[in-house]
Design a protein around this ligand. Sequence first.
Ligand code: FAD
Length: 357
Amino acid sequence: MRVAIIGAGPCGLACALELEQRNIYPDLYEQSYRVGYNVPMVQALLRVLDRQGYRHLRHIFTKLGFNFKPLANLHTLTIRTSRRSYELRGDLGILLERGQGEKALEVQLSKQLRSAVKFGTSAGYNSLAGAYDYVVVCDGNSNTAVELKIVEKTYSAWLKGAVLLGDYDPGTATLFFNTCCAGRGHACLLPFSRERAMLLLLVTGASRDEMEDYWKDFLYRTKLEPEIVQAFEIQHLGLLLSKQRVGNILLAGNSGGFSDSLLGLDSLSGMASGALAGIAIAENMDYDRLVEPIVSRMRRLAAFRDILDTLDSSGIDRLIRVATLPGIKQVLSNSNIDILSLLYPLVKKRPAKSFQA
Ligand SMILES: Cc1cc2nc3c(=O)[nH]c(=O)nc-3n(C[C@H](O)[C@H](O)[C@H](O)COP(=O)(O)OP(=O)(O)OC[C@H]3O[C@@H](n4cnc5c(N)ncnc54)[C@H](O)[C@@H]3O)c2cc1C
């Protein structure tokens, strides 16, 4: 069987590794000359936010034939609003490194790969669909979904980030809400190690030109005086699609709508979708059905982003104050109760401000 994969990000690599487990060796097309973003970053999968999604992902990953090591287990989450700071402790999730370093997720995955990667080759689904039995689109953008007319909604944000030097606890993450951009975004500080961390500011619906002002305002209000060694700006486009397969073309990862619109931090859902695309192809299974639980997770996260974007500073303060009241905090940190799934039926009918049809 001939399979082409467009994009050797975490999703494309996971798809290839899954196919290899079943003795299918795909051709990977990668427009860059090596795997990984040229800026290092840290991503987090927050178990505390979405236990159902986290359990499902863990289930998928325990069944897969490839391995990767997280940077650290997350034991403390500090949530800072303009008025107060709250802390959650427990088994809260994991942190992953991204980029081109030895510990980066994509570098770990690429070392397990045996298939050929055609580096420096930009590919399109149109030219490959006739030559291969299947084409898996993992190029991280919305172009294919737009052309195939399967986009339901899009969500756009600009991110400004920086790698910082300082003194950090590798198991602690900080989320900043409502310090400069209540109703439009948030920021996070995630450590690579004791000496290095990533600071990321995400603003929904902002233009690139506005990001510098948001960034300055954020640093001023939080009184952070970071020692910045590398800075970057990236546009993120989230998608919700009506389906993930059209003929012999399967869409996975960010291009299939598997992107975390709530915090913009989760790369494992995209990777899981890539692996499931590989399984669907090799075992002739229904891809749309296989990924349905992950699609539901993406929809839950997007619905909560919409709610967050309607709250002003005091609304966010109230929400976080309630979530961190002693009994509720205990449930959030350590029990198996799934807060997002519990609240989702209440929020999903609300108007979606940040989505444009
Ligand atoms: C700064 C930053 C912000 C992020 N924000 C978010 C966010 O808000 N929400 C979220 O869920 N995730 C976000 N992510 C994470 C990231 O998008 C996902 O975690 C994950 O990388 C998606 O994996 P992927 O494999 O689908 O796509 P990618 O990691 O983007 O990989 C796609 C690969 O395809 C290659 N490619 C692209 N076009 C072509 C082509 N035509 N031919 C061949 N190769 C091609 C690219 O070079 C790249 O290697 C962010 C990442 C960064 C670095």
